[in-house]
Write a protein that binds this ligand. Structure first.
Ligand SMILES: Cc1cc2nc3c(=O)[nH]c(=O)nc-3n(C[C@H](O)[C@H](O)[C@H](O)COP(=O)(O)OP(=O)(O)OC[C@H]3O[C@@H](n4cnc5c(N)ncnc54)[C@H](O)[C@@H]3O)c2cc1C
Length: 251
């Protein structure tokens, strides 16, 4: 390639050539993937990590404390997960009433469409999309807000007032495939269901993410904990969460 030791002649363009072509090659490689996880908070990372245990599943995360940095380091070592930083999902691909992928752009472009000329987006087709976009806000709950804007769900009522005793179980129990092809996990779930917030006790995010991964595996027709076909180590709460009965899930 080129020798940088003792050289004053590093040409920036060489560096850009390598970095730029690696990134763009990844975007093209992952333009057709099994699962796209939108949002790299605690729920999204947990979901991607759980999915990565199945080597036949390829997933991409547009995707950040101690937990997130630890799981991030493990996730980046997985051969079947690709994380795209500085990338935002700004629209969905919908075919015949089923979510079939995402439309992406650089996050800063997505946040400034009103202040500059349009910039062409990129796309990722996926068999399943997992939305883990967090609370409502400038960059929150974007997955469910997109579904509402195109009429696939009726409302996004927002989370209810704090109730620690019911909040975490509700997040896990209500993690599900909300419309064909799209699963919602983490605090974004509270935004669609009007579930209460719980304050800084975010253990439910990890279990919700783990559950979302198994809902995705089920959708892909692969062994999963939802229908009991998975053989492996599963957080015991997930088994409860997989049960439809609210009474059991909240036990
Ligand atoms: C107002 C507020 C209330 C809170 N209340 C609670 C609470 O009740 N309980 C609690 O446990 N914690 C609460 N928290 C703390 C914390 O937000 C959550 O616990 C935890 O971070 C939620 O995890 P998550 O994975 O669902 O979402 P987040 O950690 O918020 O992760 C979502 C990620 O998705 C990314 N993202 C969003 N849209 C897009 C897009 N279109 N494309 C690409 N990426 C996208 C975001 O940038 C972010 O990185 C609160 C935080 C706020 C700001």
């Amino acid at each position: 390639m080129f020798d940088i030791v003792g050289s004053n002649n590093i040409r920036v363009i060489f560096v850009f050539d390598i970095v730029g072509s690696m990134y763009m090659t990844d975007m093209i490689t992952y333009a057709d993937t099994d699962v796209v996880v939108v949002g790299a908070g605690s729920a999204g990372l947990s979901c991607a990590y759980e999915l990565s245990k199945n080597p036949s599943v390829q997933s991409s995360s547009t995707l950040l404390d101690l937990f997130t940095s630890t799981i991030m380091s493990k996730l980046l070592a997985r051969p079947n997960v690709k994380l795209f930083n500085a990338v935002a999902v700004e629209d969905l691909i919908v075919k015949d009433g089923r979510v079939g992928g995402v439309v992406t752009n650089w996050a800063l472009v997505s946040m400034n469409h009103d202040t500059q000329s349009c910039m062409d987006p990129n796309v990722m087709e996926a068999k399943v999309v997992v939305s883990s976009c967090g609370h409502d806000g400038p960059f929150g709950a974007t997955g469910v807000k997109m579904l509402k804007s195109i009429g696939m769900i009726d409302s996004v009522p927002g989370m209810k007032a704090l109730d620690m005793n019911t909040a975490e179980d509700a997040i896990v129990r209500l993690t599900r495939e909300i419309v064909p092809g799209m699963i919602v996990t983490g605090m974004e779930v509270a935004e669609i269901d009007g579930a209460p917030r719980m304050g800084p006790t975010f253990g439910a995010m990890m279990i919700s993410g783990q559950k979302a991964a198994h809902v995705a595996l089920k959708s892909l027709g692969l062994p999963n904990a939802i229908d009991g076909t998975y053989v492996g180590g599963i957080h015991p709460e997930l088994i409860l969460a997989a049960v439809d009965s609210a009474e059991i899930a909240e036990a």
